[in-house]
Design a protein around this ligand. Structure first.
Ligand SMILES: *Cc1c(COP(=O)(O)O)cnc(C)c1O
Length: 514
């Protein structure tokens, strides 16, 4: 795509992202740069102004929206979509994020008008089917986790953590235990755990990780005191390991009068195999958008229901679904629980439909099989790469994800970041980098159960070939990467600190950061 002197793109029809093999993909202009203010893609009848109902607040100037034809608008978005790597175009081994295949059946169900076209303010008598679906999803979430209650409404994992910790706070207050102001958080926790505790005003006391990547129950016991409100423990943890002392930890936490918050975002590793309620958890969020497929990334939408133990069930937020006569009702009035509501309506209906479809199409045995296959796939990668890549925690098998550190790159001049960028040139989304923080230069790989052995082998072959290149001194392959992506290396810090959120004509812009 070329730009003329006014910054207007030319040759729209032939431009756009050509193919993934090209080393210099063209820039996709903004809609404002493609369209102009003089044309419109639709013909509307002249408006006859009858009465001005705006009380003098009507626009003084034109709306200034770009005019495009339908094909122009459509091509713009299709071209943009081709600039992205997606789970539908290739393997996405991003550890901790669980980027798995989203079955098309889920999408078909979510688009049924009875689910897709309803409004949260419709009379409850007209949405009985949707409520029934929410009730059934709640039932299976409680069954799979062995818990007494579930709040469906949190809209993501981090939101679920907030909800669960608010329930814990409310429970302590109800018991006259508001002086408990400390939350224990192991160093291997997901970053959202300490953030959630701090957001609620708790002080965070870190529990160091053991050399084998797991949490030591005796370190938890040593940190417990009458000030401790809860522990927030991720299981399986962010090193991809099942916490072997989780039951001892739960017992000690309860003994000390505190609650056990479990970060269950990674429930996909154990669903149908272990019930967290049996391990002694009091609250746990489940990322529907990880465990039960459903699309995510790019900012949502997600859903992070929280299951609650018997002790915390009275502190669930509204709304929730309850049987009423022959039908179902949505309990919405804040005075019925200590917590009130944590979001405007009932949560993400489309995610509920997709998650329940995933559950019912797999069945209990199928869900357990999916968890086992996710673990098998991670261990397959671990076994194939272990001789070349460095395993910081060799004592345990991996759960759903396998963690390597960067010591295998020592002396090569290639960093974890360079390595990940080179993976883009090979057609893969990079693994999670530099997380968890407990190891140096972390590479966290989660294949999920969706990938076939052929794909895993191809991925492993590429990883081994890259490692060979790095050790052989072919630094250029890494430091120049990515060469086959629409952008080289972005100044992500600058993009985050000084984001440009409004459009201005191209001639007014400073040069964008790249
Ligand atoms: C993804 C994840 C979260 C946060 O979930 P969001 O939906 O992104 O808010 C929390 N904890 C763990 C372990 C996760 O993997």
């Amino acid at each position: 795509m070329s730009m003329n002197t006014q910054g207007r793109p030319t040759g729209i029809g032939s431009g756009g992202a050509g193919g993934n093999g090209s080393s210099m993909l063209p820039n996709e202009p903004l809609l404002f740069e493609i369209g102009d203010r003089e044309h419109s893609g639709v013909d509307l009848p002249e408006v006859e102004i009858v009465t001005d109902r705006l009380g003098g607040f009507d626009r003084a100037s034109a709306l200034d929206l770009p005019g495009l034809t339908e094909p122009e608008a459509m091509r713009h978005y299709v071209r943009l979509s081709r600039l992205n790597h997606s789970i539908d175009s290739g393997m996405y081994p991003l550890g901790s994020c669980t980027m798995k295949h989203n079955p098309r059946l889920n999408e078909k169900m979510a688009r049924l008008p009875g689910f897709a076209d309803i409004h949260p303010l419709q009379p409850v008598s007209t949405v009985q089917g949707a409520l029934q679906l929410m009730e059934e999803l709640s039932h299976w979430l409680m069954t799979l986790t062995g818990t007494a209650a579930v709040a469906l409404s949190p809209k993501a994992g981090a939101h679920g953590e907030l909800c669960g910790m608010m329930a814990i706070k409310a429970a302590h207050e109800a018991r006259g235990q508001a002086h408990r102001t400390v939350v224990l958080v192991p160093e291997s926790a997901h970053g959202t755990n300490p953030a959630t505790a701090a957001f609620l005003g708790y002080s965070v006391k870190p529990i160091p990780a053991r050399a084998d990547g797991t949490v030591d129950a005796s370190a938890v016991v040593a940190a417990l005191s009458p000030d401790v409100a809860a522990i927030m423990l991720t299981n399986p943890n962010t090193c991809g390991l099942f916490e072997p002392q989780i039951r001892e930890i739960a017992a000690a936490v309860h003994e000390a009068g505190a609650y056990f918050y479990c970060d269950g975002a990674n429930f996909n590793a154990i669903m149908g195999v272990v019930r967290p309620g049996d391990l002694g958890i009091d609250a746990m969020h489940i990322n529907l958008h990880k465990t039960f497929s459903t699309p995510h990334g790019g900012g949502g939408p997600g859903a992070g229901p929280v299951v609650l133990s018997e002790a915390l069930a009275p502190f669930a937020p509204v709304p929730f679904v309850r049987k009423a006569g022959d039908g179902l009702e949505l309990v919405e009035h804040p005075q019925e629980t200590a917590l009130g509501r944590i979001t405007a309506f009932h949560g993400q209906m489309g995610m509920y439909v997709r998650a329940l479809t995933y559950m019912l199409s797999h069945g209990g045995d199928g869900l357990a099989q999916a968890a086992r296959d996710a673990v098998l796939n991670a261990n397959y990668i671990r076994a194939r790469l272990a001789d070349v890549f460095s395993l910081p925690f060799p004592d345990y098998p991996a759960m759903h994800e396998v963690l390597f550190d960067d010591s295998f790159l020592e002396g090569s001049g290639v960093s974890t970041l360079d390595f990940a960028k080179a993976l883009i040139d090979e057609g893969f989304h990079p693994m999670t980098m530099y997380f968890p923080l407990v190891v140096h230069g972390a590479m966290l790989i989660e294949p999920t159960e969706s990938e076939s052995r052929q794909t895993l082998d191809h991925f492993c072959d590429v990883m081994l070939d890259l490692a060979r290149s790095a050790k052989a001194g072919d630094k250029e392959r890494f430091t120049a990467a990515p060469t086959r992506a629409p952008r080289r290396r972005l100044d992500e810090t600058r993009a985050a600190r000084t984001p440009r959120l409004t459009w201005s004509p191209p001639e007014d812009l400073p040069q964008a950061a790249e």
